[in-house]
Design a protein around this ligand. Structure first.
Ligand code: ADE
Length: 225
């Protein structure tokens, strides 16, 4: 899979992709992640990428031309399955959307900023808008990092323990059961007896029951979906 991110703040994305699973997935060739500085596509001598809104409202709007040039340059090199814009207006991101994105070959993520982007970019170039939640961030970079992280860990082989992505919370609309490690007794805080029993059938049943109980108690909305 290849992910191209277009942003005015490329340095903000230096760190999130250079650790742990996401770093290893790149080193192993399971994913290629490229961060492009939108200013490199500005034709203006000050490298501006934003301008005043025609509607006169406060706040700058990201200009059409640098974004069009950046996207066109990438599209001239390969086909993209989705061109995503991160915005609070988008569809609410969840595990189902992450699963779908993880099956794609090439995606572009355009990070929003300022007051937003010229609507014509959304009308003509963007194929999908994603919001990571009902709150407003200062820019789309952190949303892009969230999307990339959630997608890359689903790419086969990215997580060494293959089953662990499948048993995540949300993978079957259930929260994951609680987990414990040694010591089995810390200051009198004990691990549930059943986990020490060695009876794998009973442990499986316990995990299922815990998943269901936690989901009912903490996220009943997931059971209604
Ligand atoms: N940009 C600003 N807020 C955002 C959000 N909630 N999700 C995605 N992109 C955003």
């Amino acid at each position: 899979m290849r992910i191209d991110i277009i942003t005015v703040l490329p340095n903000l994305l230096d760190s999130p992709f250079n650790h742990s699973i996401i770093k290893r997935a790149q080193q192993n060739g399971q994913v290629e992640i490229y961060v492009h500085n939108l200013r490199d596509y500005s034709t203006n001598k000050h490298k501006n990428v934003d301008d005043y809104a025609f509607s006169g409202e406060a706040g700058m709007v990201m200009m059409i031309e640098p974004i069009d040039k950046a996207i066109e340059t990438l599209k001239s090199e390969r086909h993209y399955d989705e061109i995503i814009y991160t915005s609070p207006d988008g569809i609410k991101y969840n595990q189902r959307e992450a699963n779908k994105l993880a099956t794609l070959e090439n995606i572009i993520i355009l990070c929003g900023h300022y007051k937003g982007i010229d609507q014509r970019i959304r009308d003509h170039l963007i194929t999908m808008e994603i919001s990571i939640g009902d709150y407003v961030l200062t820019g789309g970079e952190l949303a892009a990092a969230v999307i990339v992280d959630s997608v890359v860990r689903l790419i086969p082989g990215a997580i060494s323990d293959e089953v662990s992505a499948l048993t995540d919370s949300f993978q079957d609309n259930l929260l994951a059961p609680p987990v414990y490690t040694r010591p089995s007794d810390y200051k009198g805080w004990k691990v549930p007896e059943i986990l020490l029993s060695g009876d794998s059938k009973k442990i499986e049943q316990w995990k299922e029951d815990q998943s269901m109980e936690r989901t009912r108690r903490l996220r009943p909305d997931l059971l209604e979906e």
